[in-house]
Design a protein around this ligand. Structure first.
Ligand code: CTP
Length: 415
């Protein structure tokens, strides 16, 4: 299946060959969801179950969600046995073991090859990602900790476990991470060697809130979705990402360092401090242009009659970044956004020059399916050279992919 006929495809996962090892833990049922999510994103997922895993969940479950044969120890003695582990590992991009039990961690740490999964883990040369799941006491045990350290020392990535309620009814650290979190870890591992490896990218996202009194704020309709998608696309290309975020209910993309801000002035402070150290700034935040001239310490009473607010302008953060860049040279690439309700190309083009940005992502906020709150966006990219690039109505994730490809290209030209 190609990207064009799979609307759920995620480029960093699409067409990748993943091996998913499943061990005997109650969390094995969550591995079926993980296999399903990875398959939907376009990955080719080969599942290997240990004997104990088959007691919790059937190979048929995995076959049904991946559309591919799932392998068990019974296959070790079948006709393909002599090459099975080598064949499975050939060309694999990543071996994920989720859930990884204490027994399997011990097997791997000691290089034992006494089941199909352990055998394959020795045969493959791709990165290894382990998602432990076990009782908290077992996880904390010195033997398990030592095995994890050994595996980490050899380059394995350990994802989790998280805190929470375990099958025993006890609460502690031993829960396998949720499939969505594991997909984030998988993206991070697969993207590590990408074109933005060694680059730092700062993304601002969401809207700002300007306090009026202890309970009220002046805000805007920004959901933060486009900015978060841009942060994820930068992570998928191997960048170190700092996400400066206004208030949103969104989950931080795995691997991003997040700084929370509320007001335009806090956003400015954080952005100037971070952008001065970064290679790229993507200014997707919807910054308030005005704030109340005075903030009431007490709740403003309804009183009788109306209320007139006096507003003062906030700082133009992009302009300030542009000035700092002229002095210090950083960040090398600045991407701005332009929300326009008329004369999109002319207004956004003028804004690009006035704010000194490398690439402007312009959107017509009156266009259907574009802008605030929705999952789609229709934008035009305006750079210093070439004609504006009109993109069709796309998911915000797809817009982020195109923007980050342009960033990679711009970076290659400046350094
Ligand atoms: N921006 C900024 N600081 C502000 C306001 C906006 O850095 N105080 C940034 C936004 O994050 C965006 C770009 O400037 O990347 C353009 O924002 P937009 O709201 O389209 O433009 P404004 O500068 O606010 O101009 P206008 O409202 O007059 O269109």
């Amino acid at each position: 299946m190609t990207m064009s006929d799979n609307p759920d495809a995620i480029p960093i996962l699409n067409g990748r060959r993943l091996l998913l090892g499943v061990c005997g833990s109650i969390a094995a049922y969550k591995a079926a969801d993980l296999a399903s999510k990875l398959t939907q994103a376009g990955a080719q997922v080969d599942v290997l179950l240990t004997e104990a895993a088959t007691r919790f969940v059937s190979p048929l479950t995995f076959q049904s969600v991946t559309g591919r044969r799932a392998w068990t120890d019974a296959d070790l003695w079948g006709p393909e046995a002599h090459i099975l582990h080598v064949e499975l590992g050939r060309g694999a991009d990543l071996l994920v073991i989720a859930p990884a039990t204490a027994t399997t961690l011990a097997r791997l740490a000691h290089g034992r090859a006494d089941n199909l999964l352990a055998l394959t883990a020795l045969a493959v040369r791709c990165p290894l990602l382990l998602a432990p799941a076990m009782d908290a006491g077992m996880f904390e045990h010195a033997a398990t900790q030592e095995n994890l350290r050994t595996l980490q020392g050899r380059g394995a990535t350990i994802a989790g476990p998280g805190e929470g309620r375990m099958a025993s009814g006890l609460v502690g650290r031993g829960r396998m991470l949720d499939p969505v979190e594991l997909v984030g870890h998988i993206r991070l591992t697969l993207g590590a060697g990408g074109p933005l490896r060694g680059r730092s990218v700062v993304v601002t996202a969401g809207g700002t809130q300007e306090p009026l009194d202890p309970v009220r704020v002046l805000a805007n309709r920004s959901s933060g979705k486009q900015g978060y998608a841009l942060a994820q696309a930068a992570l998928d290309r191997g960048a170190a990402v700092t996400l400066i975020s206004g208030p949103t209910g969104l989950t931080t993309p795995q691997g991003a360092r997040r700084i929370d801000v509320e007001t335009a002035s806090a956003l400015q402070q954080a952005t100037l401090a971070e952008a001065g150290k970064a290679d790229v700034l993507i200014m997707a935040a919807a910054v308030a242009d005005f704030r109340p001239a005075t903030v009431s310490g007490d709740k403003i009473k309804r009183g009788s009659g109306g209320l007139t607010l006096k507003l003062e302008p906030t700082e133009d953060i992009l302009r300030a970044v542009g000035e700092a860049k002229r002095k210090g040279g950083r960040p090398s690439v600045v991407v701005g956004f332009a929300a326009e309700s008329r004369d999109l190309i002319a207004n956004a083009g003028a804004k690009r020059i006035a704010k000194g940005v490398s690439l402007m992502v312009a959107n017509d906020i009156t266009a259907p399916g574009a802008g605030f709150g929705v999952d789609t966006n229709r934008v035009t990219l305006i750079g210093a050279d070439g004609a504006p690039q009109n993109l069709p109505l796309l998911s915000k994730a797809a817009v982020a992919e195109v923007v980050l490809d342009r960033v990679v290209d711009l970076l290659s030209k400046v350094s």
